[in-house]
Design a protein around this ligand. Structure first.
Ligand code: TXA
Ligand code: MG
Length: 317
């Protein structure tokens, strides 16, 4: 049998060129980003986008985020506005995704945007994906590289773990620095946060000088990634636990927890940033060790802590 780790490629010049070549043929590859690894395909190609939905087993009504190198490329496909420009200048490239109105003449296939009138766009900062985007004449649809509703991958090996030989080209870009998916903000009419991320609602509110709310649950369809079950390792998870019970994996945080074979510490030094980076790898590890249950200590609901809690809550559904 072929060793599937042969599907992982170092990010040298030759392989980056090879990656572009595959994308130009409307085939799909896996790429690193600063948030999580993604499955990338030509956003202008029906055939490429079809492959992405198929590999992920993702419902077609759940639209993809389109990734651009810069504004110049973007303007052909979407209508931009003042709030977007302010946020773009402050936070992009980086882990912020903007939902904007799609242009009538946009070349983005309606399959990628689930026939919506809006498009979610992002400018990733990871240097590998940026160097790929810079030389392409089309933007890339890049959903997280996991089977639909599963845990997002943060390393090239995680991607192979998810898809085995179904994805033949995985570009290695080390462990994702942030480890949690981008913040999604809707800017087309009213301003709303659709998915929390490390760039927080308060940070954006303060910066724009307006009050921003999370999108109400009733309108969840707008961002299916906000649907209740998501990011799930497929094992029951209990939050806010004071102690562990027998045989369960115990996700802990901070130095007061002893190292013990069932304890998985997200950050011994008590850094939420480090905990965010380690969250998905820890869930994946626990699943591999075949635990039947996960208990999680109470994690402070501030800053990145609130993003960790958001993902854990959805994973526990
Ligand atoms: O950090 C990230 O954003 C990663 C990396 C790979 O860039 N990508 C990612 O993509 O998380 P995905 O497909 O796993 O999540 C995209 C989220 C979903 O919740 C989807 O419903 C929402 O964005 N979305 C996409 N287009 C939308 C639109 N037009 N309106 C509202 N939500 C949209
Ligand atoms: Mg995802």
């Amino acid at each position: 049998m072929k060793n599937i780790y042969l599907n992982i490629f170092n990010n040298n010049k030759k392989n980056i060129k090879k990656a572009r070549g595959i994308l130009k043929k409307n085939c799909v590859i896996a790429v690193p980003t600063e948030t999580v690894y993604g499955l990338a395909g030509n956003a202008y190609s029906n055939s490429a986008i079809n492959k992405i939905y198929k590999i992920k087993g993702r419902p077609k009504k759940n639209p993809l985020i389109i990734h651009y190198y810069n504004l110049k490329q973007l303007k052909k496909d979407v209508l931009i506005n003042k709030n977007f420009l302010k946020l773009y200048n402050k936070f992009s490239p980086g882990p912020l995704t903007y939902v904007l109105k799609k242009r009538k003449k946009s070349r983005i296939t309606s399959l990628a945007t689930s026939n919506l009138k809006t498009v979610a766009v992002r400018f990733p900062s990871h240097k590998v994906i940026r160097s790929i985007l810079k030389e392409l004449k089309f933007p890339l649809a890049i959903p997280s590289a996991n089977i639909s509703t599963g845990v997002s991958p943060v390393t090239a090996h995680d991607v192979v773990d998810e898809f085995g030989n179904k994805v033949k080209f995985v570009l290695n870009g080390r462990k994702s620095k942030i480890g949690l998916e981008s913040t999604v903000i809707k800017l087309d009419e009213d301003v709303r946060i659709l998915r929390p991320g490390v760039i927080s609602k308060n940070q954006i509110s303060k910066f724009l000088g307006i009050k921003i709310k999370f999108l109400k649950k009733s309108s969840q369809l707008l961002s299916p990634g906000m649907l209740k079950k998501h990011y799930s390792p497929g094992i029951p998870i209990k939050l806010n636990c004071k102690k562990n019970d027998n045989k369960a994996a115990f996700i802990v945080f901070g130095k007061k927890y002893k190292s013990n074979k069932d304890n998985f510490n997200l950050s011994v030094k008590g850094s939420l940033k480090e905990a965010g980076k380690n969250l998905y790898g820890t869930l994946r590890k626990i699943k591999k060790l075949k635990y039947k249950k996960i208990n999680v200590v109470k994690i402070t609901n501030k800053g990145i802590g609130s993003v960790i809690n958001d993902r854990l809550k959805r994973a526990s559904n």
